[in-house]
Design a binder for this molecule. Structure first.
Ligand SMILES: [Zn+2]
Length: 456
């Protein structure tokens, strides 16, 4: 994933502390080393970068009531469940989602947490704790909702926050956790949720705050036709124009989804350096559509991959997401417009690094962060794919974990196992936290989310 997208058959990688010190092919250098990992028979990739997630949603996967719901109904229903969340639930959910990401080759993930029930303001602190424990590189975003139903927004009034509270907590998180240094393990970004859940004033003030502190901006945009209609009715313009007027296009902004874009809007993204987190599984799951990724890449818009929240994917599998991206774009298009395995791997590595403003991630080159993934191709799912083992990682379904994951020079996954994690115990904890959320929703709303809902 260097600029020439070179492959090095029979290659080696030398790691020194948290950095890649050398990359080459043929005999490795005679440098004395502390540890040698045998990568024969394996593909070695730069660590994958996940550019959009809602980790707390791992506790509300495939909830029967919203299995057939499109975005707006899905959200309105699930706010009733998510309002029962607390720091303990977020922490276990983050361990599950980040663990899955690591096992599927992801070494850097972002998260977008925007629903803070009253009295539970330290939820991002809880997920940072989980990420640090696991050792994954983490970019949590301070999400926010301030436009409740009484102000014409989608969320109920009691799950939105006052704008001064949001901005004060954003400042606190930047102060406590944001690390601007190269190869930082934790960086904060600011992320008002969407045009239908915040005010334009909060968007503006958030952008000012982010630029004052040199942190990045993130939000959902142009995800559905419903959102487009909402923007036309509320702001008198399309979603991209809404952002443009607020000073929200720029190289410090990455946007989730961007399914419904015009050619002119794509050109505007390219011109301003705005990047996009592409989440094909979620877009297909919610019937939102397929984002014009080919057109964006051709126009020079940086595109990364995101698994999106686990209530609309319903997994945190980065390799599965790469395959989904490869396939989603082929339906009904000319072959010359299809994404290739190389395009998708670029998005999952370099494209994601561009979204997050991390030049030191996403490729195997001297000086880059030591984030690597090793995948053994001597498995049933790859048998017969030896003519192009790299493309096989995207074309062939991948039900098993990757073999080895190294983040910042530390081995976090070995032999397909998460180091230091008691997985059965974590699963049991997540299941009980998930059941507690659905039980609480039944008590407070009278709705049984375990029953199938209507299709509308
Ligand atoms: Zn999202």
């Amino acid at each position: 994933m260097d600029d020439a997208r070179r492959r090095l058959p029979g290659g080696w990688v030398l790691i020194e502390d948290d950095r890649i010190a050398g990359v080459g092919s043929g005999e490795p250098p005679a440098t004395p080393v502390d540890r040698r990992l045998d990568a024969r028979g394996k593909v070695v990739l730069p660590g994958l970068v996940n550019t959009h997630h809602h980790l707390p949603q791992t506790l509300t996967r495939n909830v029967p009531r919203v299995q057939e719901a499109p975005l707006f109904r899905w959200l309105v229903e699930l706010y009733e469940v998510w309002r029962g969340t607390d720091a303990e639930a977020v922490e276990v959910a983050a361990r599950v989602g980040l663990g899955e990401l690591l096992l599927t080759g992801c070494t850097t993930s972002t998260d977008h947490l925007y629903l803070f029930p009253r009295g539970h303001e330290r939820l991002i602190d809880a997920e940072i704790g989980a990420a640090r424990d696991l050792g994954i590189r983490f970019h949590p975003t301070r999400g926010s909702m301030s436009r409740g139903q009484s102000q014409g927004g989608l969320p109920p009034d009691d799950v939105v926050q006052a704008e001064d509270v949001i901005l004060a907590d954003s400042r606190r998180l930047i102060r406590e956790y944001h690390d601007p240094r190269p190869r930082a393990m934790t960086r904060i970004a600011l992320a008002p949720c969407s045009p239908f859940s915040v005010t334009d004033d909060l968007m503006r003030r958030t952008a000012d705050l982010a630029r004052e502190h040199g942190v990045r901006l993130h939000t959902h945009l142009a995800e559905t036709k419903d959102e487009e209609d909402y923007c036309q009715a509320t702001y008198g313009c399309r979603p991209v124009e809404f952002l443009r007027r607020l000073g929200w296009l720029g190289s410090d902004v990455w946007l989730a989804h961007c399914v419904h874009l015009s050619a002119e809007e794509i050109r505007l993204f390219a011109e301003t350096g705005t990047s996009v987190a592409h989440c094909p599984s979620s877009n297909l799951r919610l019937g939102s559509g397929v984002s014009p990724v080919r057109e964006m890449l051709d126009a020079g818009v940086p595109v990364g991959l995101g698994v999106d929240g686990s209530a609309s994917n319903d997994s945190s599998n980065m390799l599965a997401e790469a395959r989904q991206a490869l396939l989603a774009h082929r339906s009904g298009r000319e072959p010359s417009q299809w994404l290739t395995a190389e395009d998708v791997l670029w998005a999952a590595t370099r494209g994601g690094a561009r979204c997050l403003g991390r030049d030191e991630l996403g490729s195997l080159e001297p000086g880059k962060a030591a984030d690597l993934v090793l995948i053994d191709t001597r498995r049933l799912s790859y048998a017969g794919a030896g003519s192009d083992p790299l493309a096989a990682l995207v074309f062939s379904p991948w039900p098993e974990p990757v073999d080895t994951v190294i983040v910042n020079g530390r081995v976090l996954v070995e032999g397909g196992q998460l180091a230091g994690v008691d997985v059965p115990r974590l699963v049991a904890h997540a299941e009980s936290a998930s059941a507690a959320l659905l039980d609480a929703a039944l008590r407070t709303s009278g709705i049984d989310y375990r029953q199938k809902g209507v299709r509308s």
